[in-house]
Design a protein. Structure first.
Length: 278
């Protein structure tokens, strides 16, 4: 008899979908987890009663983000972390010895399936074994460091491959440079700093294309403005293709993309230059 009553009660409860919201004091809605070579980070997005009153009923609810940060080697006592979501930035000054320093009240919770945690200059300086003043002696900020890194990558990728006969190898080297930095590129691409990826690609592809244009323009009376215009035209086409490739998680073989481009633009740069020649 007891068993029968229990079964009826269980089925009835499931069927009606009992509303427990008046009794919930904490509702964790999302858990974001990721890491780098040295850190593990989790961000919990939840609604919680604040202040908490242990009376069995729901009081005033607030949206909060809770940070769980750990260092893979050694004990982490303090850190500065900025979480980026919904085109907003929320900063944490995490201190292991301060209660609730890993919690921040927010207006809205993340809506996207991913959030991004920004690295501060202090983190970079610590990883490199230098102080902040040394960092600022060489770079204005983190984005200045990113730009310098991209320029260095571009020089290596395009070295000796800026001619009509070698542009395919140069473009392939650009794909390879992006692939080698995939975690960084993907993180920036999916954050509010996506423009950094676009500027990176524009810089690299323009360096390749202007070399090809200059070579094919030899013996033709074509102005610098027209040559720059042709290089810019193909730069935007190339970068558009690469951004779509990045958006699709870099799955397509770069050589297949380059083969299609070779067929499409074969002879076109020379024809364009001749149209502009005086």
């Amino acid at each position: 008899m007891l068993s029968a009553c229990f079964c009826v009660f269980t089925l009835s409860g499931c069927g009606k979908g009992a509303d427990l919201s008046p009794y919930i004091s904490q509702n964790r809605l999302q858990i974001y987890s990721g890491g780098s070579e040295n850190y593990e980070l989790s961000v919990y997005a939840e609604r919680r009663e604040d202040p908490f009153i242990g009376d069995g009923y729901t009081g005033d609810m607030k949206s909060v983000l809770i940070l769980k940060l750990s260092q893979k080697s050694g004990d982490l006592t303090a850190a500065n972390v900025t979480v980026v979501y919904n085109n907003e930035e929320k900063a944490f000054s995490y201190d292991k010895g301060v209660r609730n320093s890993n919690l921040i009240v927010v207006e809205t919770l993340p809506e996207s399936p991913t959030v991004t945690a920004k690295i501060t200059v202090g983190d970079i300086a610590e990883e490199c074994g230098i102080n902040r003043m040394t960092f600022y002696y060489h770079f204005k900020d983190i984005y200045d460091l990113v730009e310098w890194t991209c320029v260095e990558d571009a020089v290596r990728a395009l070295e000796g491959n800026k001619t009509y006969d070698t542009w395919q190898q140069g473009f392939y080297n650009i794909f390879e440079a992006v692939l080698q930095n995939k975690p960084f590129i993907m993180n920036v691409y999916h954050s509010v700093s996506r423009e950094q990826v676009e500027n990176y690609l524009y810089h690299m592809t323009y360096g390749l294309l202007i070399g090809v244009v200059e070579e094919r323009a030899e013996g033709l009376n074509v102005g610098e403005e027209e040559k720059k215009f042709i290089a810019d035209f193909y730069k935007y086409a190339f970068v558009g293709i690469m951004l779509n490739w990045i958006k699709n998680d870099m799955k397509e073989d770069p050589r297949d993309i380059i083969d299609k481009l070779s067929v499409l633009i074969s002879g076109d740069i020379t024809r364009a230059l001749k149209k502009y020649a005086n």
